[in-house]
Design a protein. Structure first.
Lengths: 573, 573
C-alpha cells in the first residue's frame, strides 16, 4: 500500500512508500501516529501547520464483517487536542481497494479559491471548484453522483465546514447514496481551512489488498461473522430497532439525560423510542435495517420517511434522538429526524448540535420543548448568521457566548446521551479519553447497562476505572482495524470472537500476534494521543467533568464523585 | 486594617482581621495572594467557586503622589488564569480611608435577583437593585451621585458585565464623576456572575491609615513627588498630551500596529496623535490635563469634548486611540472618542474591543476604515444581540466565531498598541506575563522606544528577556503599592526616586526593607500567579504569540523570532 500526500499550499501531490513503523497500523492507530509525528501540537488547528489524515482500518477491504470504517485524524479545532473521528460509508473500502494506506492533506492554498480533490489509482487531481460552494451535502453528493456515476466515493463538507465551525463534520457517501459522518471534533472545519469542498474516490482498477493466508483469514472471518450475528445486541436488538433501542433502556435505567442533564428520565421517552421508530418506519414504507457500509452484518441503520412516505433521514442514531429529544424535552420524532437531516446536510455533528441546542435553551434563546425552534436555529447555522456562528461552534462556545456555567462538555466537546452520574463508567470515559467527551471511546454502557462483558453497577464507583481503561484500550484496537464499534459486544462476551478478530489480522499481515500484542497497540496509541495533547497544552485539568455534575440527578439522585486522583489513574501515562 | 468579606450565596458579610502574611501586601500582591489561597484554580470563572477581590495599594490613602490605584483580582473568564486588573478613580482611596485592606466577594445568590453593595465604616449592606439594571455606567454613576451625593465612591458594571461577557470591565467613578476602568480580563463578568450591579463606598468617619514615621514619610514623598515632576515623560509629555503622545512616537518607530498588525505605521497617524488631540481639546474648551485620582501629579487624563464643546469622553488613552484608530485604519478622532465613551458606558475593555473590531474587520463583518461601523457594532454589544455576544466576548472569541487565524491575542487577551516584532521587549512581556497580553505588566517601551532606564534596540533580541523580566518584577511591586505605572519612568531613571518609593513604604509600615526586598515581593507575586495559572491548566504553550507574527511587518520587516526556550527563561519558576 502507499501513502498519498497532498500539499494544498502549492496544489501538489506525491505517492510515498509506507514507512515500516506504520505497516501494522491502520485506522485510528495510523491517523494518530501520523498526526503525532507530523503536526506541531502547538499549531493553530485552522492554520497551515495542521494536517488532515484519512485512513482505512487494518482489515478494511477484506471480507471481515463490519470492517469498512474510516478514520479521520487531525488536531481538533474543537478540543485543541488530537482527534480521530470515525465514519461508515463507502470511502474506507475504496481507499483500501486503491491501496491507499493513508491520505495526508497539508498546507493551505493562498488566495480565496476553493478546490476539489479526486483520488484514483494513479494518484490525485486537484481542481478549482465553484459550482458546489455553499451547497449542502445532499446536493453535493447528488451532483457528484450525476457527474461521476454511482460508483464514486465522496467525502464532503457542508456550509458549516466552509464557515470553519468547530461543530463541522466530514460527510461520507454511504452505499445508498445517503450520508454518514466523521462527526466529532470539528474536522470539517479543518477540511474547510484547507479550502477543499469535497474529495471523490474512484477505485476502478485499484490493486486491492493482499491477504497473506487466505484460508486462515476465511476461517477466522466465518467465526467472527457468526459471533456478531449470534449475539443478542448485534444480532437482534440493533438490526431491528437500530441504536435507538437504547431510549427505553436508558430511560428505565435513569440514565437518559433530560432537559440539559437535569433528570435521568424523560416523560416523552416512549414517543422517541426505537420501538416507536420501528413502527413509524414500517408504517411509512421506510427501511428498518441496512448497513452503513458494504459487508456490515449488524445493519443498525435505517431509512426514516416523513409523513408522506418520502425520505427524511437515515443513520438516525440514539445519540441524536436523545440529544434533540430528551435533552431538549422534544418528543416529536419527525422534528428530530428533520434536525438530523439538516445536520447531515449542513455538515454538523448532530451530538454537538443537540447539546448546543440544550445550551441555547439554557440561555433562553429558545425554550425547552421548542422543536420548531431547533429547526429555525439550524437554519441560522446554515446561513452563517451571527447566531449561527455561535451555535455552529458548539456547546462550549454557545455557553461562553451567553455566560453560562451549565454546559455539558469535556475538552469543549459535548457530552453524549448517557448521564455520567448514573452511568458512571461512561462518565470516566468522557473525562479521560484524549478525544474529549466521547461515548464511543470506551463504551462502558456495555457492562453498566447492557450487562455485556460482565456487570459493573452503573451507580457505584467500584470497577468503573478499570472498565473504562480496558474498554478504551480495546476500542482503540477496534478503531484501528476499521471495525465498527458494535463488534465489541460479541468480542467482549466471547473469547472465540475476540481471537477470530486477531486471527484475521494475523492472516492478512502474516503476523503471529496475540490479543495482548494488539491491545498493546491500543495502549501505545492512547499514549501517543495523550502525549500530543500534553504538548498541545492540555493537562489533567482538562480530564474533568463540568462543576454542575456535583448536583444530584433524579431518579437515583446520583452525583459525580470521582476524585481527581482516580481520574488521573485511568490512563496513567 | 480589616478584610471585608461578602458571601453572595446567603447575602451575608463579615469583617475579619488581616492575617500576618498579608499585612505587608497591598494591591496586586494582595489580590493575587488572596485569589491563589482561596480560589480553586480549576473552577469555572463564572461559577460560585470564583471570588472577586478589591484591594487598595500599600501606599494608597497616603500623601504619596500617584498612589490611588485600585487592584481587582479574580480568576479571569477571558484568560482562564489569575488576573489583576488595575484602575484609577476614587475607590482605592476610599477603601484605604475606611481601613479596608481588601474586599472579598464570594458565592453566587440563588435566583434571578440583582443586588447592590454599600461599603461603609461599619461594614457592608447588600440590597436588591432593580432600577439601574440594564443601564449604562454613565447613568449608573449619575443616578448614584444623585442618590448618595458627590462624595460616594462607585464601582459598577455596564450591560456587558450583566451579560457576563469576557470583555466586560469594572468601572470606577473618578474625581470628576467620570469613568476609570479595571479594564482587562473580563472581571466585570465575574461581578455580573455574582449578580452585583454596583458597589458604593462611603468613607465618612473612616479611621484612615496609620503612618509609623510621619516625618520620614513626608521627606521621602517630597523626593518622590519632585522626581515625577522633573522627569521629561511624567513631568512634561504626559501632562501635556496624555498617553496619546505615543501615536507619533510609535509611528516614527514603525511600531504602531496598523490594519490588524499588517504594518507598523499609519498614514493617518497625525490626525489621531496627541498633538492633534491637544489642539482639538483646547479649541473645544475641554480640559487637557487632570488626574484619574486625587494626588496624581502626572495628570495624563483629559476631557475631550465633541464638536459642540460638550463632554464626550475622558481618560482617552493611547491604546484605545491606537486600537480603534490605526488598528482599524480609522483616522477620525471624534469617532474614536465616541467608541471610547461607548466602551466606558457599556462597561467594555476598550483595548479588547478595539482588537475585536480589527478582528471583525478581518472577518469581513465590517470593512477596515469603517468608523461608523465600529459604533454600530458597539451598539450590538450593548443590546446583547447574537453579534454583540460574539464581539463582547473579545477578539479570540470573535476570531473563533469566524474561523480566523489572524487574531492578535495571548491567553485569549488582546495584544495592545505596540507591535511585538518591532518593539520586541514588550512582545516578550505579552507572551510571558501571567496576565495575558498586557503592555502594563512589563512596559519595555521604556528602554525600547523612550530610552528610559537605558536603551535596548527594539528590533534586536539582545537584552529583551532581561528587560522584560526586570520590568515585570518591578511593575508587580509598583502595582502592589497602588502606584500609577507612570511613576516607573522616574523610578527607572533615578536611584533616588526608587529609594524614595521604598522609603515611603518603610516609613508607613515601620519596616526597614531594601529595594531588593520589595522586588522579591514582586518576584514572589509573579511566582504565585504562575503557579495559579499552572494549576488552572495553563502551560508554557500559552506563553506564545500567535503564528502570524512570523510574518514580516513593514517598515522594518521585523519578525517575531524568540525561541520557546528563550520565552520559557523569562519567568523561570
Amino acid at each position: 500500500m502507499k501513502i498519498y500526500r497532498i500539499n494544498m499550499s502549492n496544489l501538489s501531490s506525491t505517492i510515498e512508500e509506507v514507512p515500516d513503523e506504520w505497516r501494522l497500523m491502520g485506522g485510528r492507530a495510523l491517523t494518530s501516529a501520523i498526526v503525532a509525528k507530523e503536526v506541531d501540537p502547538a499549531c493553530n488547528p485552522l492554520g497551515s501547520k495542521n494536517k488532515l489524515v484519512f485512513a482505512p482500518g487494518l482489515l478494511t477491504g477484506t471480507m471481515a464483517a463490519n470492517s469498512g470504517r474510516l478514520s479521520v485524524g487531525s488536531k481538533s479545532p474543537l478540543t485543541g487536542g488530537i482527534k480521530e473521528s470515525n465514519a461508515g460509508g463507502t470511502a474506507a473500502q475504496r481507499f483500501a481497494k486503491l491501496g491507499v494506506k493513508a491520505l495526508i492533506i497539508e498546507g493551505i492554498p493562498p488566495g480565496d479559491k476553493y478546490y476539489c480533490v479526486h483520488v484514483h489509482k494513479d494518484g490525485v487531481n486537484i481542481k478549482e471548484e465553484t459550482e458546489l460552494l455553499d451547497k449542502g451535502n445532499y446536493e453535493v453528493i447528488k451532483t457528484l453522483t450525476d457527474r461521476y456515476g454511482e460508483n464514486t466515493g465522496v467525502m464532503t463538507i457542508g456550509q458549516a465546514g466552509e464557515y470553519k465551525m468547530s461543530a463541522a463534520n466530514i460527510s461520507v457517501k454511504d452505499p445508498k447514496g445517503h450520508i454518514r459522518s466523521a462527526g466529532r471534533g470539528g474536522l470539517g472545519a479543518v477540511m474547510g481551512s484547507k479550502k477543499i469542498k469535497f474529495i471523490t474516490l474512484d477505485d476502478n482498477d485499484g490493486a486491492g489488498i493482499e491477504i497473506a493466508d487466505k484460508e486462515a483469514f476465511k476461517n477466522a472471518a466465518k467465526i467472527f461473522n457468526k459471533g456478531l450475528l449470534s449475539h443478542p445486541v448485534s444480532g437482534d436488538a440493533l438490526p431491528k430497532y437500530g441504536t435507538d433501542v437504547l431510549v427505553n433502556i436508558l430511560n428505565e435505567a435513569g440514565g437518559l439525560p433530560t432537559k440539559n442533564f437535569r433528570r435521568g428520565n424523560f416523560a416523552g421517552a416512549e414517543k422517541i423510542s426505537g420501538e416507536t421508530m420501528y413502527d413509524t418506519i414500517m408504517e411509512r414504507k421506510g427501511d428498518p435495517t441496512h448497513g452503513c457500509h458494504v459487508g456490515c452484518v449488524i445493519r443498525c441503520s435505517q431509512t426514516y420517511n416523513d409523513k408522506n412516505n418520502k425520505y427524511l433521514t437515515s443513520g438516525f442514531e440514539y445519540e441524536t434522538i436523545w440529544g434533540f429529544g430528551a435533552g431538549c424535552e422534544v418528543d416529536d420524532l419527525d422534528i428530530i429526524a428533520t434536525a438530523d437531516h439538516e445536520c447531515d446536510d449542513i455538515g454538523l455533528d448532530s451530538i454537538e448540535m443537540a447539546v448546543t441546542m440544550q445550551t441555547a435553551m439554557e440561555a433562553g434563546v429558545i425554550s425547552f420543548g421548542d422543536g420548531p425552534g431547533i429547526l429555525k436555529l439550524l437554519g441560522e447555522v446554515k446561513e452563517g448568521t451571527p447566531l449561527g456562528r455561535i451555535l455552529g461552534n458548539g456547546a462550549s462556545f454557545t455557553g461562553k457566548a451567553y455566560g453560562l456555567t451549565r454546559v455539558a462538555t469535556v475538552k469543549n466537546q459535548a457530552i453524549p446521551a448517557y448521564d455520567p452520574r448514573s452511568v458512571k463508567g461512561v462518565g470516566v470515559t468522557y473525562a479521560t479519553t484524549p478525544m474529549g467527551a466521547d461515548h464511543t471511546a470506551g463504551y462502558a454502557v456495555t457492562a453498566n447497562i447492557l450487562k455485556v462483558g460482565g456487570f459493573v453497577d452503573p451507580l457505584q464507583k467500584e470497577g468503573q476505572i478499570e472498565l473504562s481503561r480496558n474498554l478504551q484500550v480495546a476500542t482503540t484496537f477496534i478503531d484501528s482495524c476499521g471495525l465498527c464499534i458494535f463488534v465489541a459486544f460479541a468480542v467482549l462476551d466471547s473469547g472465540d470472537v475476540a481471537q477470530a478478530m486477531v486471527d484475521m489480522v494475523n492472516a492478512q499481515y502474516g503476523t503471529k500476534s496475540s490479543i495482548g500484542d494488539w491491545f498493546e497497540l491500543g495502549r501505545t496509541t492512547l499514549q501517543t494521543e495523550k502525549e500530543f495533547n500534553r504538548a498541545a497544552g492540555l493537562t489533567s485539568k482538562d480530564d474533568r467533568l463540568p462543576e454542575f455534575f456535583s448536583e444530584e440527578v433524579p431518579p437515583h439522585n446520583a452525583i459525580w464523585d470521582f476524585t481527581n486522583q482516580e481520574l488521573d489513574s485511568v490512563l496513567p501515562f
